[in-house]
Design a binder for this molecule. Structure first.
Ligand SMILES: [Cu+2]
Length: 315
């Protein structure tokens, strides 16, 4: 993007922030303070003059480790002084240039991020019924406004997660609700299954989720019944796994095991905080295309009964 385009994008971002009809300006707070006609330099200068606006949040920020504790990620829109601010309304079923900002303890958009899994920020959108899953990689303007093409396919409640680590800070997953207007037909949680079909591919899952410890999960990819041994690297590994708890969409930490082998097996360690049902979404790349396999897994206390079919969920 050239400078003019960047400035244009920035102005557009501010225009969105200032769109009173959107009703987001107040939620965004300091992002919206400078008038949209000011240059970036002027904006920065203006904000520097506003020391009084720094909230108590920034004074408490010295010990971020204390506040994340054992609470799973993704349940809060604001944590450790960092806040996820959606800036664009959603139109159901329509492609949207969705914009958001992550503001830091000083109230300004965060612009410096650590690269994790090849990206500065991972943006995950799931429907509240856990049937739709999108894993996106937005682009950031120098001013810290993120944008990404987003289509919410059907009416309903969605949760958007920003998974990132600000430079000099700890890793965070913030979650915000997105609403797509219309006639909402929630789907029941898919039955527990150890196998997922996606196109010509079948992915099978071995391993159990055991609360309170790192659970080893091995996913095996086959195509037309043959093991796939030439998986392509995706986000610095041969697969990327997201795990969400049914009921509250807690977003869990999952670490890939570094492997030199391009399949058919991909191994992860997942830490689940409690018993219950979880949805796992595995992104893998083969034939230059990223596909997503999904599973429902029940975490039980301490033994291997998670492989049994799950009981009906009462709907
Ligand atoms: Cu990502």
């Amino acid at each position: 993007m050239n400078t003019a385009a960047k400035l244009g994008a920035y102005a557009l971002g501010l225009a969105v922030v200032f769109g009173g009809a959107l009703g987001v300006g107040r939620a965004v707070g300091p992002v919206a303070e400078p008038p949209p006609t000011q240059s970036h330099a002027a904006m920065t200068k203006a904000q520097e003059g506003h020391e009084g606006r720094k909230s108590e949040k920034s004074q408490e920020h010295g010990t971020p480790e204390q506040t994340s504790g054992d609470t799973p990620g993704g349940l809060q829109v604001s944590q450790n002084g960092y806040t996820l601010n959606p800036l664009t309304p959603i139109e159901t079923g329509k492609a949207t240039d969705f914009r958001f900002a992550v503001t830091g303890p000083d109230g300004r958009p965060v612009t410096e991020y650590q690269v994790e899994h090849d990206k500065k920020l991972h943006f995950i959108v799931v429907s509240r019924d856990l049937t739709t899953f999108l894993h996106l990689h937005p682009e950031m303007t120098p001013d810290g406004i993120w944008s990404v093409g987003l289509t919410l396919p059907a009416a309903g409640a969605y949760r958007a997660f920003a998974d990132f680590a600000p430079t000099g800070g700890e890793k965070l997953t913030l979650g915000a609700d997105l609403q797509a207007a219309g006639d909402y037909r929630p789907q029941p949680l898919p039955e527990a299954s150890r196998s997922s079909k996606v196109g010509d591919y079948t992915v099978s899952l071995d391993g159990d989720l055991v609360p309170g410890r790192a659970s080893k999960l091995t996913l095996s990819v086959s195509k037309d019944g043959e093991p796939v041994t030439d998986l392509q690297p995706y986000l610095g590994a041969y697969g990327h796994l997201v795990a969400l708890r049914a009921g509250d969409l807690a977003y869990l930490h999952v670490h890939p095991e570094q492997s030199e082998k391009a399949g058919p097996q991909i191994t992860f360690y997942a830490e689940v905080p409690s018993i219950g049902d979880y949805r796992l979404f595995l992104d893998f790349k083969h034939g230059d295309e990223v596909r997503t396999a999904d599973f429902t897994v029940r975490a039980t206390q301490g033994d291997a009964t998670a492989a049994e079919p799950s009981a009906p969920h009462g709907h």
